[in-house]
Design a protein around this ligand. Structure first.
Ligand code: NAD
Length: 479
């Protein structure tokens, strides 16, 4: 481990770089969001740079600014930065635009395309660049490596470099080695891990109200810096070594994926024997040792994290000589859910060729426009392959969908989507779809058939409204 300066608290920040508001000075943190504690908070204003201004980097930056820190968000994508300077967010995330605008105005949030600028200006540099999957499933760490090199080239004095991106265990060691090899002279620095657990769609709330903050560190100094940064949140901090912190992130996402696949396996069994998975999940989930979250049967998980992290974790384990067969089954079940939904449409309308299906919801989950690994993509492509004509709508993801889903007729709302459809399928449980006027929907459709991939609707209500209704792990409504 590199030996930091003299270890004094002041040396961590550097008077010239940190506009410290010491603990004697009180500043106010107030809530822009429901539930964020509106109280006086004592704290130190840290100067922080974040490299990678995507979903995670931008939310982290905006929330750190909200917590009273001075933040510089860095990205190589200058078009994105232009947009952000105007207070516009390049993706859909409730509450984020407000926060970014607010702190560009308060000047607590700044933007740059220069990692050098960030390293000179800040004592702590978070790396929040993408770690996409390679074709073989392992994480592509080339962005993390190149950012580590850039940081090293600009370093003139002690800096703490924090992994925020989701990375395989031992990446911290690679980052340290890379920085050390790139440094032009011997400069003290440290590496830490601070994995992020926010969920798209409620990212700001998650960041400001996390269940816990995990920090992996190698010295008291690094721990002290990270404790100070997160102090305003007043949440449990799990302090551990770097490798354990790296694994906590993959283990958490894998466990959540496993819960989803578990209840989906129960849903398949329920369909075979005529049981109701929603009731089963209630009965199982009320056991506090299990918990009811993530026990919603449906078309399965998607998004930029679960699938990618699961594959990466299986690969990490394999490289360590551990065959994580359990997680491979989680993947198989998840893929099967998408295929089963297509079969369900076939079961509902018989022949698919030439028939029209209306798709409600495209994003991988509500409150986001993110289509990465969304089940809708697989389902729509499979239905098109079978000769179905596809109409679709989504409250936020249509712009993104137009770029990747050819031959889909995009509709402005659910009613347009229902018009002349032989079947409607629900793939994202947006709350807007819950309150549709069913009589109107039925009158627009060629045939009143609904396949609900998220168990959003009530079977009794569907029966009363006169639909044939198929959901996941519950008996179909056939009259
Ligand atoms: P993203 O693709 O939205 O953003 C990454 C950003 O990094 C992009 O704007 C890109 O331009 C920038 N970048 C890449 N190389 C750069 C460089 N050399 N210099 C400056 N900027 C550079 O990715 P994301 O969704 O924010 O994910 C980032 C990391 O966080 C990933 O490891 C991901 O697994 C993890 N994570 C994501 C989520 C989520 O919900 N999206 C949640 C938790 C953790």
């Amino acid at each position: 481990m590199d030996d930091p300066d003299d270890g004094s608290f002041d040396s961590l920040y550097g008077a010239s770089y940190f506009r410290a508001i010491d603990s004697a000075r009180t500043f106010y943190l107030y809530s822009f969001l429901r539930g964020y504690p509106a109280h006086h908070e004592k704290g130190v204003c840290m100067k922080i740079s974040i490299v990678g201004t995507g979903h995670v980097g931008l939310v982290t930056g905006a929330c750190f600014a909200e917590m009273g820190h001075q933040v510089l968000c860095i990205d190589k994508d200058t078009e994105k930065l232009e947009l952000l300077w105007k207070g516009k967010i390049p993706f859909y995330e409730p509450g984020l635009e407000l926060l970014v605008r607010k702190h560009i105005k308060t000047k607590r949030l700044s933007l740059s395309d220069s990692i050098r600028e960030g390293v000179l200006a800040s004592g702590v540099i978070f790396i929040a660049v993408g770690t996409p999957p390679r074709p073989n499933g392992e994480a592509d760490l080339s962005y993390v490596e190149s950012v580590s090199r850039e940081i090293a080239k600009a370093m003139t004095r002690y800096r703490l470099v924090v992994e925020k991106s989701t990375v395989p265990v031992e990446t911290g060691e690679w980052v340290r080695r890379t920085i050390r090899q790139t440094l032009r002279r011997k400069i003290p620095f440290e590496v830490a891990s601070n994995p992020e657990f926010l969920r798209e769609g409620q990212a700001v709330k998650d960041f400001l109200h996390p269940d816990r903050v995990v920090i992996g560190v190698e010295s008291e100094k690094a721990e002290k810096i990270l404790r100070e940064i997160y102090r305003p949140l007043k949440v449990p901090l799990v302090v551990t070594d770097i490798k354990s912190a790296e694994i906590i992130k993959h283990a958490s996402n894998s466990f959540l994926s496993m819960k989803i696949s578990f209840i989906n396996a129960i849903a398949t069994l329920s369909e075979k024997v005529g049981a109701d998975v929603v009731k089963i999940a209630e009965g199982v989930g009320l056991d506090r040792r299990i918990g009811k979250n993530f026990l919603n049967a449906g078309v399965g998980f998607g998004g930029s994290c679960f699938g990618k992290d699961l594959t990466a974790f299986i690969d990490i384990a394999a490289k360590a000589g551990v065959n994580f067969e359990l997680l491979k089954e989680v993947q198989r079940i998840n893929q099967r859910q998408r295929e089963q939904l297509v079969k369900k449409v076939e079961q509902a309308v018989w022949n698919l060729r030439g028939k029209t299906v209306g798709v409600l919801g495209l994003a991988f989950k509500p409150d986001t426009d993110d289509l990465r690994d969304a089940p809708s993509l697989d389902v729509i492509r499979a239905l098109q392959k079978e000769g179905m004509l596809v109409k679709a709508t989504d409250p936020a993801a249509m712009e993104n969908a137009r770029k990747i889903l050819p031959d889909v007729e995009f509709c402005k709302n659910a009613y347009e989507t229902a018009r002349r459809a032989d079947c409607l399928i629900l793939l994202t449980e947006w709350s807007q779809f819950k309150t549709l006027q069913w009589r109107r929907v039925k009158s627009l459709m060629s045939h009143p058939v609904i396949v609900d991939g998220r168990n959003l609707f009530d079977p009794d209500q569907m029966r009363k409204a006169g639909f044939r209704y198929y959901s996941v792990g519950r008996p179909a409504v056939l009259s």
